[in-house]
Design a protein around this ligand. Structure first.
Ligand SMILES: [Zn+2]
Length: 266
């Protein structure tokens, strides 16, 4: 697979810059540790050159979860470390649960792009980005999810991040992104206190959109795209028009986890 990558024009592994000036100048934050290299015979940890300072003094108060939509973690790692790609993430977790730290948490990785969550429009400055190696169709392996939960526990210990601010790329960029997709187990993360999950019930549908915005879905997209983003995460097998269960679930989420804790949601 590496051979294929090189033929496609990405850089050989040995030429990936490991010592960018900016990275040298920035000490690791307290409690941060380099989690690992890339298996036998590979130097580690890998380091992506694709980062900058967090803007306006922002600190991480969100986590954005992605999948790579590539054939292998090797391929994804090469892209995330290629200066020409201009994309990165703080962590990449491969299919076996091996975690690679690519950008220090204190710095701004380039994973989120255009979109918003609540009042946050520069999501990269406010978030830690985690890429899960996944082709976009396969289930996430148990060992990969175990590694993710361990990593999230560590991140939450280092930064003040509420569980409702652990979101998917599709939540902040509805209509543009669909990762981590319908197979990602949000319910499991919620059971471990690392994300949120709504109670079930039925309610009137009339306030669905304002409640979506109160929970955090503030991206400027159509109502249909908002419903699609909601269902991708919370009701991945549901189709058809907005119904009373959608309405109850977002009411419950907005009530318990308003994105702006000072907002009057009701
Ligand atoms: Zn993504």
């Amino acid at each position: 697979m590496v051979t294929v990558l090189h033929a496609a024009g990405t850089r050989p592994r040995s030429s990936v810059p490991q010592d960018s000036k900016d990275a040298d100048a920035e000490p690791l934050p307290p409690g941060y540790r380099l989690i690992g290299g890339w298996g036998d015979g590979e130097p580690g940890p890998r380091q992506s050159p694709n980062f900058g300072p967090r803007r306006d003094g922002a600190q991480p108060d969100m986590v954005v979860i992605h999948y790579t939509a590539m054939k292998s973690a090797y391929a994804a790692c090469d892209v995330l470390c290629d200066p020409a790609s201009e994309v990165s993430a703080h962590y990449l977790i491969d299919e076996t649960g091996h975690v690679t730290a690519l950008v220090p948490e204190a710095l701004r990785a380039w994973h989120a792009g255009a979109g918003r969550w609540g009042a946050v429009t520069d999501v990269n400055s406010h978030s830690i980005g985690i890429e899960l190696a996944n082709d976009g169709f396969s289930p996430f392996a148990a060992s990969q999810m175990d590694a993710l939960t361990d990593l999230l526990k560590g991140i939450r210990a280092r930064w003040d991040i509420r569980p409702e601010r652990v979101i998917g790329h599709s939540d902040m960029a509805p209509g543009r992104k669909i990762d981590p997709g319908p197979r990602f187990d949000w319910r499991r993360l919620a059971l471990e206190g690392l994300a949120v999950w709504p109670d079930d019930g039925e309610a009137e549908t009339g306030r669905f959109i304002p409640l979506m915005r109160a929970f955090g879905y503030t991206a400027d997209v159509s109502d249909d795209l908002l419903l699609s983003a909601f269902r991708l995460r919370f009701r991945p097998h549901q189709s058809g028009p907005l119904d009373r269960r959608d309405a109850f679930m977002i009411m419950d989420l907005a009530k318990r986890f308003p994105v702006d804790v000072n907002a009057a949601w009701a």
